[in-house]
Design a protein around this ligand. Structure first.
Ligand SMILES: [Zn+2]
Length: 184
């Protein structure tokens, strides 16, 4: 997994593209985008409870099937609220969730199974990109040491790489949106 910094910046990029708005005035909506962009990594929680935080990480939580389910959950919630724009809501939620999964295919993985169950339920095979653009995440295998392990200096390097990739894209997207004709 890229760290929440990278996933959040990717989520913010999708926010800029989908909402076409640079202002953080609708900060609750922005937070919702960032939450969905990090949602697959909630798979650490059941593992933390059983003392093995990585146990369920990168399994079916990181798959096409769960991305579709996340999109459908939002669709049904909006239907329950009597709101429309269902296809748009599905597309954005799916994009945020599956975008996270695809980014996780691009990170160096140091322990088997390598990669994520990208195509579940079509295939249970773990898949990783042949080209890896993110260095590995340092994280302990036990719940007691997990949070402290995230402060490993190697993770600071990973944050640096994530900022290097995403900040220019965010700046470019904001630049384009600010210069749109007809913008107030
Ligand atoms: Zn992840």
């Amino acid at each position: 997994m890229p760290l929440p910094v990278g996933h959040s910046l990717a989520g913010y990029l999708i926010y800029l593209g989908a909402e076409g708005e640079v202002s953080l005035r609708r900060w609750k909506i922005v937070l919702l985008y960032l939450f969905c962009a990090n949602l697959p990594d909630l798979d650490f929680l059941p593992g933390l409870l059983v003392g093995l935080p990585n146990r369920y990480h990168h399994g079916v939580s990181h798959s096409l099937g769960l991305a579709i389910l996340a999109g459908l959950a939002v669709v049904f919630y909006r239907l329950w609220l009597g709101k429309g724009k269902l296809l748009r809501s599905f597309s954005i939620t799916f994009g945020l969730y599956f975008g996270h999964v695809l980014l996780d295919c691009l990170i160096a993985d140091t322990s088997p199974p390598y990669g994520v169950q990208l195509l579940w339920p079509l295939s249970s095979r773990y898949i990783i990109s042949p080209i890896l653009i993110f260095p590995t995440v340092y994280k302990a295998n036990t719940s007691g040491a997990f949070l402290a392990s995230l402060l490993h200096p190697g993770n600071l390097k990973l944050i640096g790489v994530e900022l290097l990739y995403f900040l220019p894209l965010v700046a470019a997207a904001q630049f384009v949106l600010r210069r749109r004709p007809g913008r107030l």
